[in-house]
Design a protein around this ligand. Structure first.
Ligand SMILES: NC(=O)C1=CN([C@@H]2O[C@H](COP(=O)(O)OP(=O)(O)OC[C@H]3O[C@@H](n4cnc5c(N)ncnc54)[C@H](OP(=O)(O)O)[C@@H]3O)[C@@H](O)[C@H]2O)C=CC1
Ligand SMILES: Nc1nc2c(c(=O)[nH]1)N=C([C@H](O)[C@@H](O)CO)CN2
Length: 237
């Protein structure tokens, strides 16, 4: 019986892509969702990753993705809800649209996909099945400039508790709450210095620590309903 694939949403770049590549190295079949085509997807396809286009900005887009996912596979070993938009708050008439869009990508998409893909996880013949929500340290702290983003991640963190209770014991549901893991292209050294100083560990670790955390959750059959902080001790500063 061939292994069931692991779905990573937003897996075309950065943390999601890194985890997809590591999971392929570890022998898992992988499906990634992406919004925009790019060269990195060709590299993933050459390694056998199945790529499905998805735009979670609308409920219709989420439901369309779910239908194409069900047409692609009859089972799933795990779902990693990684797709995310780190959009800052906007002032004026766009504020509400921005909030609603972040609610859709960070809460509605995981909610509808968890409900709609439950049958795929239950069909997995392997001993363990997992859902992992990528949240954020700021879900527990708030953010002056990303209040809508932080609130939507807090909602995703709460969905972890509900789905863990609903889906036990056959499916484990957990979250990973990173702080600064990797810089963005336009971040300069001054920004990096400030970012490093925010955590007790004083470093920007790169995506390997997220793969390690995902590996821990995938391999542990006695952990569900938790949020695993991966933040270098941000809460200690
Ligand atoms: N990087 C970090 O330091 C931190 C990351 N995190 C969390 O970890 C996860 C991974 O972070 P990172 O790799 O930086 O994420 P990215 O910012 O690179 O986003 C990942 C992917 O999400 C996709 N995406 C964004 N909006 C939508 C949408 N509306 N519909 C479908 N796909 C969408 C993008 O697709 P496309 O590019 O094709 O448009 C993008 O490739 C995220 O959930 C993030 O919030 C939390 C704290 C720190
Ligand atoms: N979808 C994303 N979410 C977040 C990102 C990102 O690049 N994409 N980056 C961060 C920052 O690293 C932040 O943790 C710095 O304090 C947060 N979320």
């Amino acid at each position: 019986m061939s292994a069931s694939p692991i779905l990573i949403t937003g897996g075309a770049q950065r943390l999601g892509r890194h985890c997809a590549e590591r999971l392929i190295d570890e022998g898992h079949p992988v499906i990634v969702s992406y919004r925009r085509e790019r060269e990195a997807l060709e590299a993933l396809r050459r390694r056998g990753v199945v790529t499905l286009q998805a735009d979670f900005d609308s409920q219709a887009g989420i439901e369309d993705f779910l239908e194409r996912l069900k047409a692609e596979t009859s089972s799933l070993r795990a779902i990693v809800h990684n797709a995310s938009d780190w959009a800052p708050d906007v002032a004026g008439p766009e504020a509400g649209d921005n909030f609603e869009r972040l609610f859709r990508v960070h809460m509605l998409a995981p909610y509808l996909i968890n409900l709609g893909a439950r049958e795929l996880l239950e069909a997995c013949s392997e001993p363990m099945r997992d859902i992992v929500h990528m949240t954020d340290f700021v879900a527990s702290k708030g953010s002056r400039k990303h209040a809508a983003y932080a609130a939507s991640k807090a909602g995703l963190e709460n969905l972890t508790l509900s789905f863990a209770a609903m889906y036990a014991p056959s499916i484990q549901v957990n979250a990973i709450a990173p702080a600064m893991i990797m810089l963005n292209e336009d971040d300069d050294e001054a920004y990096a210095e400030k970012a490093r100083a925010k955590s007790a560990m004083g470093l920007i670790p790169g995506p390997g620590v997220i793969h390690q955390s995902l590996r821990y959750l995938l391999d542990n059959r006695y952990v569900t309903g938790i949020t695993l902080p991966v933040d270098g001790g941000r809460h200690l500063r």
